[in-house]
Write a protein of this length. Structure first.
Length: 407
């Protein structure tokens, strides 16, 4: 039965709404490009990297984020960015992922060889090349199977310091009179969203949303209000990492101050012990109100099971993941990978974990899958999105109609 279930999950159409490009680079590509440009690695074998870099578990989020120090250096040329984006799309397509929203921080890749235009255009070229190749297949053109589509989410950094990138080094120097690095990061966020909107409109590429990423503790969301307001006024969707390494207050700020439509992780949504604001006297009521607000607004939680298990030391078993409470409270949720390479996972594995550890039945799984397409920031028109969801739903049902082993 287990093999039949895996075969079923492999075949159904899937999406991934929370996945980082720099955390999903093929290991062999990391090795090849690092050798080519003489970037140091602790090992130049796949086995060695899986043991020393891409671990099963990490001490905390900050240690997890240090892994990107081995992928970002090889993403500093247009050719490498295009190749990595193409391979990323190819990996998703080969797994049956029909729609993906890939996120990354363009400011980490700006240097003397490429400006922000070239960074975003290179990533789009790779993604679009894979899309065109796949969608040119006869079975896709005749709509026997769904086409592949994608969106790009630009990540602003909650925090950065000297050494993060050439761009950030210059940015810090230009604002050296500002002692608060949170304020400097906020200015960089505003610059990012202005440039992203300009590039989206000038080149007509699917930059669909703004995100904030990076070390969460000590770097609250409210600093980035100006950037989020500009994105909102420019008809760009909004998501935010929140509640992964900090408590409910981070989620509260993301949904009330940044007006985020989706929340990345939201792990600590139900954790009164993580509330630090002394003015909040009734912590349980605060969480009750926050959960209710999130539910009624249909703000979607981008759940990343394996990633959370790797970085949150208190999470000893997946059955204790708050995804169970999210289901009980009827919150809008989607299952995502976060980082395919860093977390040694893919969408199929994450869905299998959700089924096995949270007793998802056939109807619940279908709702989860279809909801992920509904809550996407699909770059086409609303009419096109509805048509695409209909195609996904019909294809899903054509696969599941004859499934008897999965109640």
């Amino acid at each position: 039965m287990q093999n039949k279930l895996l075969d079923f999950v492999t075949k159904i159409p899937k999406s991934d709404l929370h996945v980082h490009l720099d955390g999903s680079v093929r290991i062999n590509t990391i090795i090849e490009l690092s050798k080519k440009q003489q970037s140091p690695l602790p090992s130049y074998t796949a086995t060695g990297l899986e043991e020393l870099v891409f671990k099963d578990n990490y001490k905390d989020l900050n240690e997890y984020l240090q892994v990107f120090g081995f992928t970002v250096p090889i993403m500093q040329t247009p050719e490498n960015l295009e190749r990595i984006a193409y391979e990323f799309a190819e990996d998703n397509i080969n797994e049956g992922v029909c729609y993906v929203e890939v996120r990354f921080a363009p400011h980490l890749h700006i240097n003397d060889k490429q400006n922000i235009d070239e960074v975003l255009l290179s990533v789009n070229r790779g993604l679009n090349r894979a899309k065109i190749e796949y969608n040119s297949k006869p079975e896709v053109k005749t709509k026997k199977i769904p086409e592949f589509n994608y969106g790009i989410i630009v990540c602003a950094m909650r925090y950065f310091d000297k050494g993060y990138s050439q761009y950030f080094d210059h940015f810090i120097d230009a604002h050296r009179q500002q002692p608060n690095l949170n304020e400097v990061a906020a200015k960089a966020s505003f610059e990012l969203v202005k440039e992203s909107v300009r590039i989206r409109d000038k080149y007509n590429i699917p930059i669909v949303a703004l995100d904030i990423a990076g070390a969460e503790a000590g770097n609250p969301p409210f600093y980035h209000q100006e950037a989020y307001n500009f994105a909102h006024k420019s008809f760009m969707h909004l998501t935010a990492h929140a509640g992964e390494a900090y408590g409910p207050e981070s989620i509260f700020q993301a949904v009330t101050m940044l007006h985020a439509e989706r929340i990345g992780h939201g792990f600590y949504l139900f954790s009164p012990d993580k509330i630090t604001d002394p003015t909040i006297k009734d912590k349980n009521k605060y969480i009750e109100n926050l959960v209710e607000y999130t539910a009624k607004k249909r703000i979607t939680i981008e759940v990343c099971l394996t990633s959370n298990l790797q970085v949150i030391s208190t999470l000893k078993a997946l059955k204790n993941h708050p995804f169970a409470k999210m289901l009980e409270q009827h919150l809008s949720t989607v299952i995502c990978t976060d980082n395919r390479t860093v977390s040694k996972t893919n969408v199929t594995k994450e869905l299998m974990l959700a089924i096995q550890h949270f007793d998802l039945k056939k109807d619940a799984l279908r709702n989860l899958i279809i909801n992920s397409f509904k809550k996407s920031f699909y770059p086409g028109s609303y009419t096109q999105k509805l048509s695409y969801i209909k195609q996904i739903s019909d294809y899903y049902d054509s696969i599941s109609n004859n499934i008897l082993f999965f109640s």
